[in-house]
Design a protein around this ligand. Structure first.
Ligand SMILES: [Fe+2]
Ligand SMILES: [Fe+2]
Length: 243
């Protein structure tokens, strides 16, 4: 796996805390030069004094005239606990899985089939890690609960996440606007299909449909048979993949 949280991800909650008037200790924006102590060093009272790289501030944010230095807590809010680590590891392994599969396709195109196999095999290993982390987070429940979680995720993506991303990409003239535009439409379809599945499962039944067709260009899904052409991206129905 590679892919620790980005600096932006690490700092966003802290910066949000700062903007709410809380005085916080910002993690240093560089990796540690020396091994880190596991616990706060005895005698350190304030974050500013802590020798841990992720507590030692390059800057302290103070918002509000009455803000005072926050005493160093036993459970340090800026230091991830195991659930935080699992979330980060799950995200990193999931990304590595997808990346290696894309790298494998490129290796095939470049004429290196064994390198492609190595990428695919390692992608499988990362998937195993990711699944283990997800299960350690109790992120896999019964099918009805999983379908509801899937509906919530897809709904968040098409209703909240992608619209501003698409708008920004359009403003920027960025090529990302193509896939953002496809995804915002495809996720709405995914949510609808999951809802049909949830209705069936709640009635104690499996879905009647067993054939699912996937548009390889935009991610649109059709039950039963491929359409003449994709309603989202216009790809020919013959390109659809039967899963
Ligand atoms: Fe989706
Ligand atoms: Fe499509």
């Amino acid at each position: 796996m590679h892919g620790r949280r980005t600096e932006g991800q690490l700092h966003a909650p802290l910066e949000a805390a700062a903007s709410s008037g809380v005085r916080v200790c910002l993690p240093a924006r560089q990796p540690p030069a020396l091994p880190l102590p596991e616990r706060p060093v005895p005698g350190t009272k304030f974050a500013a004094e802590c020798p841990r790289w992720d507590h030692r501030p390059p800057a302290l944010l103070s918002v509000g005239a009455s803000a005072s230095m926050t005493p160093h807590p036993n459970r340090r809010p800026n230091v991830p606990d195991t659930r935080d680590n699992l979330h980060e590891a799950f995200a990193g392994e999931s990304q590595a899985n997808q990346k290696y599969l894309a790298f494998a396709e490129q290796a095939e195109r470049d004429g290196f089939p064994n390198v492609a196999r190595l990428f695919r095999t390692t992608a499988g290993a990362e998937r195993i890690h990711a699944e283990g982390h997800l299960k350690a987070l109790d992120g896999v429940g019964a099918t009805a609960a999983n379908l509801q979680a899937a509906i919530d995720g897809e709904t968040h993506e098409y209703a909240k996440m992608y619209p501003p991303m698409l708008q920004q990409a359009e403003q920027d003239g960025h090529k990302a606007k193509r896939m953002f535009g496809y995804a915002v439409k495809a996720e709405a379809v995914h949510a609808k299909l999951y809802q049909a599945a949830l209705d069936a499962v709640r009635a104690g039944k499996d879905l009647l449909e067993s054939r699912f067709y996937l548009c390889p260009v935009c991610g649109h899904i059709e039950f039963g048979r491929a359409p003449e052409s994709c309603p989202i991206c216009g790809a020919k129905g013959a390109k659809y993949i039967l899963v």
